[in-house]
Write a protein that binds this ligand. Structure first.
Ligand code: S3P
Length: 201
């Protein structure tokens, strides 16, 4: 019996949707001329979303806090305890300056980096800052799961995060655009970042 069906497409062929989105991503990356830098409050998901964004764009990802820990060979809490916050901020600025020279990539910064004038100036000059934001409840819930952050010690986490969020928002607002990172799927947040990039590139 003759087979009346046309031969099926090879399995490796991308679907029209996938081909369209990879063309869209390739065109975005082509227009990108500087590192993407995620800024925003602790607990907002900068590392998780940054990693996902980088893999979507096919770019390297670095977590600035991890790079600081690697350079200093000690945990962030120990840096605060032994040398104080000013010394940590100095190291943070130097590490971020170095990461910004590495070509196209995605960098997740610690929550205080974009609040430091010198570090913010560097990021604004050499990177494309994106503000990742969440509502207060989500932030409090997420940071409550991890007690390692030195700035959350010795006080009520909700009060500290509430005050910090209010104080820092005017600084984060200097980013090129803001994306909400809520409790929904990470892919949805990455899609919103891609939409923001499409509008500003
Ligand atoms: C800080 C946030 C931390 C870390 C340090 C200070 C801040 O990073 O850099 O504890 O000032 O908000 P995450 O935002 O990744 O928690």
């Amino acid at each position: 019996m003759n087979n009346t069906h046309p031969p099926s497409a090879p399995e490796t062929e991308a679907s029209p949707e996938a081909a369209q989105s990879s063309a869209r991503i390739a065109s975005l990356v082509k227009r990108l001329d500087r590192p993407l830098v995620l800024v925003g409050m602790m607990g907002v998901g900068k590392s998780t979303i940054g990693r996902k964004l980088a893999s979507t764009l096919g770019l390297p990802f670095t977590d600035a806090d991890d790079a600081i820990v690697e350079a200093a060979k000690m945990p962030i809490a120990d840096m605060f305890d032994q040398f104080g916050e000013a010394s940590f901020r100095d190291g943070e600025r130097r590490v971020i300056a170095r990461l910004l020279e590495r070509g196209l990539c995605v960098i997740a910064t610690g929550g205080g980096a974009f609040v430091q004038p010198d570090t913010a100036e560097l990021i604004l000059a050499k990177g494309l800052p994106i503000w990742l934001d969440s509502d207060l409840e989500t932030l409090v819930e997420r940071v409550g799961r991890n007690s390692k952050r030195p700035l959350l010690r010795g006080g009520n986490v909700r009060d500290i995060v509430t005050r910090m969020k209010a104080e820092r928002e005017p600084f984060y607002a200097k980013a090129r655009f803001k994306v909400m990172s809520d409790t929904g799927p990470h892919n949805a947040t990455v899609t919103r970042i891609l939409e923001g990039l499409e509008q500003c590139l």
